[in-house]
Write a protein that binds this ligand. Structure first.
Ligand SMILES: Nc1ncnc2c1ncn2[C@@H]1O[C@H](COP(=O)(O)OP(=O)(O)OP(=O)(O)O)[C@@H](O)[C@H]1O
Ligand SMILES: [Mg+2]
Length: 222
């Protein structure tokens, strides 16, 4: 199951207090697959960071279901993120010396004791599902770009989060790997009812989303 998102009057400022993002209203239902497009520097990654609770809102509200991230302390946001949000970063952020399974199981290290086993099993199942089962115990240092990206997906989904955020997940992949990743992401989100938000420059990605919005100069455009 996913979570619905409701943003209202959101403003995010940079470290230099310059306004980066200003979104009056954005609502998506639970399980929606939302694509975000827009030029470089427009504020797309900043929006994802705000949705993950990593970039604090200067004003306005960000509701995931009944939870308003803007009213939470950093520690509360971190706790919410661990329980509810999976993230796929543009540069994967894998631990090179660790195996695919260890990378995919990373959430277990931060989870409550009673969920650790479930997350490890989820990670192994996701790697299997993404065609990496036979490579689970290989260190990711020797993985290809496409394989790394699939490990990153497995990691993001291992704990079965209601929300999945992905920042340009196909940026470093060739066309065939990118298409496969898009299919995997869209299908997994649909199957589990995950609310999916994907920043992408890839038109093939937009075609698999329920809705696509643009960000230009920190503002939303449909
Ligand atoms: N913490 C910060 N302090 C000051 N400025 C920031 C901060 N974070 C981002 N910015 C600036 O805000 C703008 C938007 O950045 P952001 O990374 O969200 O863009 P983007 O749309 O993801 O671009 P790209 O497509 O190149 O990844 C940029 O000009 C960036 O330099
Ligand atoms: Mg970005």
């Amino acid at each position: 199951m996913g979570l619905p998102l409701a943003i209202s009057d959101l403003q995010v400022h940079g470290d230099d207090r310059r306004p980066i993002l200003r979104i009056e209203a954005l609502e998506i239902p639970s399980g929606c697959r939302l694509g975000i497009r827009g030029p470089s520097g427009a504020g797309k990654s900043t929006l994802l960071m705000a949705l993950a609770g990593l970039a604090p809102a200067s004003s306005g509200t960000i509701f995931w279901g009944d939870t308003d991230l803007s009213q939470m302390s950093e520690a509360e946001r971190a706790r919410f993120r661990r329980r509810h949000v999976g993230m796929i970063f543009q540069d994967f952020l894998l631990f090179e010396e660790l195996t695919a399974l260890a990378n995919a199981s990373l959430a277990a290290a931060y989870a409550d004791a009673d969920r650790r086993k479930q997350i490890r099993e989820g990670a192994a199942a996701m790697l299997d599902h993404l065609g990496l089962g036979a490579h689970a115990s290989r260190s990711v240092a020797s993985f290809s770009g496409g394989e790394r990206q699939r490990v990153a997906i497995a990691r993001a989904l291992a704990a079965d989060p209601p929300v999945l955020l992905a920042d340009e997940p196909t940026a470093s992949l060739d066309r065939a790997s990118a298409d496969r990743l898009i299919d995997d992401l869209a299908a997994l989100a649909a199957q589990k009812g995950t609310t999916l938000v994907v920043v992408s420059h890839d038109p093939a990605m937009y075609a698999r989303m329920d809705r696509v919005v643009g960000i230009v100069d920190g503002r939303l455009v449909e």
